[in-house]
Structures are given as structure tokens and as C-alpha cells.
Design a protein around this ligand. Structure first.
Ligand SMILES: *[C@@H]1O[C@H](CO)[C@@H](O)[C@H](O)[C@H]1NC(C)=O
Ligand SMILES: *[C@@H]1O[C@H](CO)[C@@H](O)[C@H](O)[C@H]1NC(C)=O
Length: 800
């Protein structure tokens, strides 16, 4: 194979052959042949024997032979027919290189005679060499930023042939980026040049292969090719991009710091540092947003960096820039819309905006007491507030508008039972878990005069000793009014009426404010045993309310009346024949008092003269309780004819009051029944009365009362004894009526309707029995508590 080397050697050879040619032609037999190179063995070249003028027959005898300079065996002569033919392969390129002319010089020698002939055999070129590139692949590195029409020279191919066979034409495989141009170098043929026809884009075609083919001008033509590997070099011609321009993310409010909001991934089509990116907040991002979020410059992660409060802002718009490290750098943009999800982190708030307090207790159901508004800064269910009231209050909530409520009265109020209410309004939102808040409303109930003053009992019973000091306090009445202030300020007054001839107010008075009841003048049991009247209590409300109480004042008897003697026989005639035990006369006396104070006893006062006469017992005695004067023995002559008896009549009061009656008896022998006579008493008290009949009736009445009393006492004692021990009064312990009546155990009073009735229209008269504690002085009775038992029943009452 012949390898072309650009040198001057070929030019020199060409010149030499041109100079030698005429010499060779002049000195030779002018025989020239032409044979193509690479001809087959035996290819005819020429009739050399004939052309040299030699006979075929003499060839062998004359030792016809070819002598070539070193290359004798390329051509051979057939001695039979004298034809020169190709003996072995002739390579023109081997023989002559790139010389345009190439010939073989043959010397033909014959003997006998020795002759030398010169024969030129031209070796013609055939296209037996293809164009050849020095490498199989050419690598071109072209920056993608090269401009159009940029030229890139290529190494051409070489062809060992000459002439047309070495005339190369180049061809490029079809492609969109390059076309082929050629430049002609002087003497050295054409060289291929790539010309950029379309801008390169590394990101699209980072490298590609082209095929460069060289074709020579031979017939047939031969080709050679080389692969062109075009490597496109990167330029920072791509900005980093996000796969979306807007990202929407949701973040819970109150997310902890470092919570990932979004991980941004930008991409850059460039390579190397041109695709290294730095993330940052855009300069348009407000400082308040910058504070809340943190951007990782290298990874593109955005994290929470501060408290995220939905109520502060429920969305954030974050513009993000991403910059690559190319030169110049390129920037990409995106926007992150952060939606904040609400958490139930705000408690509802309750406002009591208006109050109509206090509420009058007679307010109508439905009266608005307070206006309440609620709010919750959260949204959705977290901000939906429902209101409720504390239980067991007479109010309810009425929703007037969303989140506005009225607290209205739901049932009737009564200040006297509940003066105020603590109402708790609870607001609860719909979050899970729900949050709640409360507000307290203190509802005061204002008083209305709806209660009359009331006495503890409708009737009071008081006992007052007669002959009290004028102005004596006998009792204090008190009525309670559960209302407040003026509505509870009670004043007392008498309900005026007439008592006999006089007005009630001349007996008693009531202090308007204190309710103290005073007796204005001394009361007289004998005149007025029971004073019954009404006291009215009124409050100061508008309009006022009032109520009445009945006061029964029993006037207790004092021993203020001495026994009074009733006129009897002034002088009784007593027959001397009378035996012992005969009633001869009777002393009659009455006592205006009652009870013990009116219980009279009689005894005989011995005349001093009779006592001095020897102490002999008189013939008469007087019955202790009857006052009957009877004989103690049979009368005899020794008894004086005129007897004068002094009878002491004594009541059982404390102290006792007495009267003395003088009874004159005349002893007669026989005859009509005598009549005793009593003179005007010499005692302390008592006015003699002349009405005999009245006296008799009085005595009968007293006896009746006494017997009734005894009966009652018996019954009473029997009842008390049947009762458990210790409960009864002292009177019951003795068990006998006589002891009850004894002054040693106390005083008692038995009253019966027998004088002026104080109370009118009272129904049937009552008989009351009063037993007082013996340990207390009688004078203190009206002020003390007394246990009173009504005969008609056994209920016990406290009286003032
Ligand atoms: C970015 O890439 C990371 C890791 O591959 C992935 O977790 C994240 O979701 C991507 N971010 C976006 C917005 O696609
Ligand atoms: C109290 O008594 C008086 C007189 O009897 C009467 O006018 C008045 O209505 C009574 N008041 C009440 C509340 O009963």
C-alpha cells in the first residue's frame, strides 16, 4: 500500500522522467508498450519479437532474454510466439509512488549477434486505492453557544492513486446542524470544513455522530469515510425551573418549628455548575412572611420558623427564586401558596353587654334581663358557639341573632324565697375537643310589696295582774314582713272600738314602731276580766299591706277586796233546851275578788272576858267554811242569857283580808225560833249591803262555782296524774283538790263569765283554768311565760 506523504520527492521524479524521456527515445528501438497495473497474469502487453524485427524461429537459438533492473519477473516473453505478457502483479504505487508517469524499462538481449534492445512498458494507473482517513473517528467539541456559520476544519482523506483516481470529493451524512464546505489548498487538493447551519443545544443533543465520506474520481469510484463525533459543550443557557409555577400546600396552625411546609425541587437542564442551584425567598416576600418560614438554600425545603396563627393570617404567599451558579447566573421562580388550617385554639368569649338589673320580683315572664353576645376567633365548627345556662335558674336564653342572646325571665320570681341568682352562661364551641368560656351574671331580685306583715299566731293571750301601774308594758307584738326596706317596715296600731262606755284606747296603747303594748291605767279584775282587741300591723310599702292580730288580755285577780258581810239576823233567839250540834245562826259574807281571794273562812274570836273567866269553852262554834254558828254542847243555866260572838271572816288572799262580824245571841227558855243578828262589821273592808236576796244568790253562786271548781280540779288532777310524772304542775303532785287550792302551792284563779262580758260575739263562754308556777312571786305573773291549758282541748300555747 502506498501512503501519500506530502513532500517534494514526487515533483522531483516527475521532472527527472521528463528530462530523461527524449534521451531514452533517442537511444532505443522506440518500442513502447502500455499495460495497466494490477493486470492479470498472462495479460497481453505487446508482440515484442515482431516489433523488434526478430524472427520467431531465431528467438530460442539466439538466446532471447529480458533483462530488467531488479524487476525481471514482472513481465515475461513467450518464446514461442514472441508476445510480452504480464507475469506477476504490477503495483504502480509500489513502482512509482505518486509519480504521474510510471514505466518499466526492459532490456532485450539476443546473442549471435549480440544485440540489445530497449523497450519501455508504461504502467497505467487504475483506481485501486480508496480514499483513506487517518483515524476512524474524529471527535469535535463544540460549545453550544457557537454562532451560526462558525467553521470547523476537518482532516481530509488521502488517496494513493494519482490523477482522477486521487481527486477526492467529500460528502456529509444528512443532518440539521452542519453543512460541508471545502477549501482548496494549493497543490494539496480539497479539505473539508464543517459549517454550523443551526444552533446547537446541548440539552437537546448533547452529542451526535456524522459520517464524512470521501469519494475519489476513479471509475469505478472508491470511497472512504470517517465518523465525526460532535460533542456539544454546555453553556449556561437554561434557567432553573420548577415543575409548577404555583404550589398549594396546607399547614396546620400552631405547627411546630421545623415542620416541613414544602420541599421544592427545581431542575436545570444545564450541567455542572450551571445546574447547581441556590433557593431563596424573593425580594418581594414581606418581612412578616420571612419571619414565619425558613428556606434551606441548598435543598429547597421550606420549614416553619415561627408561630403560625390562623387568626393572624390564614394564607401566605411565598415567592421563591432559584438561581444557578452559571455565569451569568439564571433565575427561576415559583410561588408557594400556604393555606393555614384552623385549629381550635381560641376559646369562645362571652360578653354581657347590657343589663336590666335588679329585676322586680313581679316581672313578667319573658322580660329581658341581659343581652349576651359570644364570639370565637376560630373558623368553621371551631368557631361555632352554642350557649347554655346553669341549671335551676328561672331564666332561659333566647337567641335573637347569630351569636346574640337575650337572657329572659322564664318563670315567676319571689325575692323572699330567692333574693338573687348567680347565673352562669357557658359558651362552647364545636371543636374537638371543644373549648368553653363562662360569664357570670348576678341577678338581684328587687323587692315588691307582695307580703303583708304576719304575726306568728292569730291570737295572743296575756295575763296582767289587776291594779297595775299606769303605763305598764304588758306585751310586745311583733309581725314579720319578709319584704325588704320600706316594704318590711312594720308599724302597729290599735283597731279602735268601744269597751263599754269607754274607748279601747283609754285602756291600752300600742307603740307604733316597737309593737309594745301598754296598759294606760290600772286594770280592775272586778270590773274587766278579759280585754280582747285587735292590733293592726301595716308595712310602709305602696300600697301598704296589713294584717290583724287578736290580743286577749286576762286581768288576774289581786286580793284587793276584803270580805263583805251580808246583813243577817241582828239578834238570834236560842232556846236553852237546844242540844249540841244545832245550827243557831249563820254569818254571811262575800268577797268581790275571785278564787282564793274570795274563798272565805270563818273563825270565832273569843271575847277577852270569857277567856279570862277561866278558859271554859264557849257553847258555840262557827263552821270554818260555812259560817254557821252551832252549839258545841247542850246549853245550861250557867250560860249567859245574852251571848256576843265575834266572828272573823278571812279570805285566802296573800295577804289575807278580814272582816269581823258580831253576832248577838239571846238564850231563851223556849218559844219561837230565834234569829241571829249581825251587826255592821268592824273589819277593814266591805260595804254592808241591804239586799238579802242578792246575798243569798251570791252565796249560792259561789257555792256553785266552788263545787264546779272542785269538780274541774278533780278532773284536772286526774288528767295530770295520768300524765307522765314531772310534766304536770305542782298542783297535780298532791292529787287532792284541797291541796291545789291551798295557798302553799301557789295561787290560782278560776274565772267564769259572770260579770261584764268584754268580748262580744265570741260564741259560747269559756272557762279557763290557769295554774301558775308556785316558785314565782304573784306580781311577776303578767310578764312571764305561762303554760295554759284550755279546758276544751289539750294543746299548749306560748303566750307573751
Ligand atoms: C422534591 O423531592 C423530594 C425527594 O425526592 C420529594 O420528597 C418531594 O416531594 C419533592 N417535592 C415536590 C414539590 O415535588
Ligand atoms: C283589721 O281589722 C279592721 C277592723 O276590724 C278591718 O277594717 C281591717 O280590714 C282588718 N285588716 C285585715 C288585714 O284583716
Amino acid at each position: 500500500m502506498f501512503i501519500y506523504r506530502p513532500s517534494d520527492h514526487s515533483a522531483w521524479c516527475l521532472l527527472l522522467s521528463l528530462l530523461l524521456l527524449p534521451v531514452w527515445e533517442a537511444g532505443s528501438g522506440q518500442v513502447r508498450y502500455s499495460v495497466p497495473e494490477e493486470a492479470k497474469h498472462g495479460t497481453f502487453v505487446g508482440r515484442i519479437a515482431q516489433d523488434l524485427g526478430l524472427e520467431l524461429a531465431e528467438l530460442v537459438p539466439r538466446l532471447f532474454r529480458l533483462a530488467s533492473k531488479g524487476r525481471g519477473d514482472l513481465l515475461e516473453v513467450n518464446l514461442q510466439n514472441g508476445i510480452l505478457f504480464v507475469n506477476s502483479r504490477i503495483d504502480r504505487e509500489e513502482l512509482c509512488g505518486r509519480s504521474a508517469e510510471c514505466s518499466l524499462h526492459l532490456e532485450v538481449i539476443v546473442d549471435r549477434p549480440l544485440q540489445v534492445f530497449h523497450v519501455e512498458v508504461e504502467v497505467r494507473d487504475i483506481n485501486d486505492n480508496a480514499p483513506v482517513f487517518s483515524v476512524s473517528e474524529q471527535k469535535l467539541s463544540i460549545p453550544e453557544s457557537r454562532l451560526l456559520d462558525s467553521r470547523f476544519p476537518l482532516e481530509g482523506a488521502a488517496d494513493a492513486d494519482v490523477g482522477e483516481n486521487a481527486m477526492l470529493a467529500y460528502r456529509l451524512s444528512p443532518n440539521e446542524f452542519f453543512i460541508l464546505d471545502t477549501i482548496n489548498k494549493k497543490d494539496k487538493g480539497k479539505f473539508p470544513v464543517l459549517v454550523l447551519r443551526k444552533l446547537l443545544d446541548r440539552e437537546e443533543n448533547p452529542q451526535f455522530q456524522l459520517l464524512l465520506t470521501a469519494t475519489d474520481g476513479g471509475k469505478p469510484e472508491l470511497t472512504g469515510s470517517v465518523t465525526l463525533l460532535v460533542v456539544v459543550l454546555d453553556a449556561n443557557d437554561n434557567a432553573p425551573v420548577f415543575d409548577r409555577s404555583v404550589y398549594e400546600v396546607k399547614v396546620r396552625e400552631n405547627s411546630a418549628n421545623q415542620t416541613l411546609v414544602i420541599w421544592l425541587n427545581a431542575s436545570d437542564a444545564d450541567e455542572g455548575t450551571n445546574k447547581e442551584m441556590i433557593y431563596s425567598f424573593s425580594s418581594l416576600v414581606a418581612p412578616s412572611v420571612r419571619r414565619k418560614f425558613l428556606m434551606d438554600n441548598t435543598t429547597g425545603e421550606i420549614t416553619v420558623n415561627d408561630l403560625i396563627d390562623f387568626e393572624d393570617s390564614n394564607t401566605y404567599e411565598i415567592r421563591v427564586d432559584v438561581t444557578d451558579k452559571g455565569s451569568p447566573p439564571m433565575v427561576g421562580h415559583c410561588t408557594v401558596l400556604v393555606e393555614i388550617l384552623d385549629e381550635n385554639d381560641n376559646s369562645p368569649q362571652v360578653f354581657v353587654t347590657s343589663l336590666a338589673l335588679p329585676v322586680p320580683e313581679d316581672a313578667q315572664v319573658g322580660t329581658v334581663i341581659a343581652l349576651i353576645s359570644v364570639s370565637d376567633r376560630d373558623s368553621g365548627a371551631n368557631g361555632q358557639v352554642t350557649c347554655s345556662l346553669s341549671p335551676h335558674v328561672p331564666f332561659r336564653l333566647v337567641s335573637t341573632f347569630k351569636n346574640y342572646y337575650s337572657l329572659v325571665l322564664d318563670s315567676a320570681l319571689d325575692r323572699e324565697s330567692v333574693p338573687s341568682y348567680g347565673v352562669v352562661v357557658t359558651a362552647r364551641d364545636g371543636g374537638s375537643p371543644p373549648l368553653s368560656a363562662t360569664a357570670s351574671v348576678w341577678v338581684e331580685v328587687a323587692d315588691v310589696n307582695d307580703n303583708a306583715p304576719a304575726f306568728a299566731q292569730p291570737e295572743h293571750t296575756v295575763f296582767v295582774r289587776e291594779n297595775n301601774a299606769p303605763g305598764r308594758h304588758i306585751c310586745t307584738l311583733s309581725a314579720r314582713d319578709p319584704d325588704a326596706q320600706e316594704n318590711a317596715r312594720v308599724s302597729y296600731s290599735l283597731v279602735e272600738r268601744r269597751v263599754g262606755e269607754r274607748a279601747l284606747s283609754s285602756y291600752v296603747s300600742v307603740h307604733a314602731e316597737s309593737g309594745r303594748v301598754f296598759a294606760l291605767q290600772p286594770l280592775d279584775h272586778e270590773e274587766l276580766e278579759l280585754l280582747q282587741f285587735q292590733v293592726s300591723a301595716r308595712d310602709a310599702g305602696v300600697p301598704p299591706l296589713g294584717s290583724n292580730v287578736t290580743l286577749q288580755v286576762f286581768v288576774l285577780d289581786e286580793n284587793d277586796n276584803a270580805p263583805a258581810l251580808l246583813p243577817g239576823g241582828a239578834g238570834e233567839l236560842v232556846p236553852r233546851s237546844l242540844g249540841a250540834g244545832h245550827v243557831v245562826a249563820k254569818v254571811r259574807a262575800v268577797d268581790a275578788d275571785s278564787g282564793y281571794n274570795a274563798w272565805l273562812s270563818y273563825e270565832l274570836l273569843q271575847p277577852a272576858a270569857a277567856a279570862a273567866a277561866g278558859g271554859a269553852r264557849g257553847p258555840f262554834r262557827v263552821g270554818l267554811y260555812t259560817g254557821e254558828i252551832s252549839t258545841t254542847r247542850a246549853l245550861d243555866e250557867a250560860d249567859a242569857p245574852r251571848q256576843r260572838l265575834l266572828v272573823l271572816v278571812k279570805d285566802h288572799g296573800e295577804p289575807a283580808l278580814t272582816a269581823t262580824a258580831t253576832v248577838l245571841l239571846s238564850l231563851v227558855e223556849s218559844g219561837l225560833a230565834p234569829r241571829a243578828s249581825s251587826r255592821a262589821p268592824e273589819g277593814a273592808a266591805g260595804a254592808p249591803t241591804a239586799l238579802l236576796d242578792v246575798n243569798v244568790y251570791l252565796i249560792v253562786a259561789i257555792c256553785a262555782v266552788s263545787s264546779l271548781l272542785v269538780l274541774t280540779l278533780l278532773l284536772y288532777v286526774a288528767l295530770r296524774c295520768a300524765a307522765p310524772p314531772g310534766e304536770g304542775a305542782g298542783a297535780g303532785a298532791a292529787g287532792k283538790p284541797a291541796l291545789v287550792c291551798a295557798s302553799a302551792v301557789g295561787s290560782w284563779s278560776c274565772s267564769q263569765q259572770r260579770r261584764q262580758r268584754v268580748c262580744s260575739g265570741e260564741g259560747p263562754p269559756k272557762t279557763d283554768l290557769m295554774a301558775f308556777s308556785p316558785s314565782l312571786p304573784p306580781s311577776s305573773v303578767p310578764d312571764m311565760e305561762v303554760e295554759q291549758q284550755s279546758v276544751g282541748g289539750d294543746q299548749y300555747r306560748k303566750v307573751c
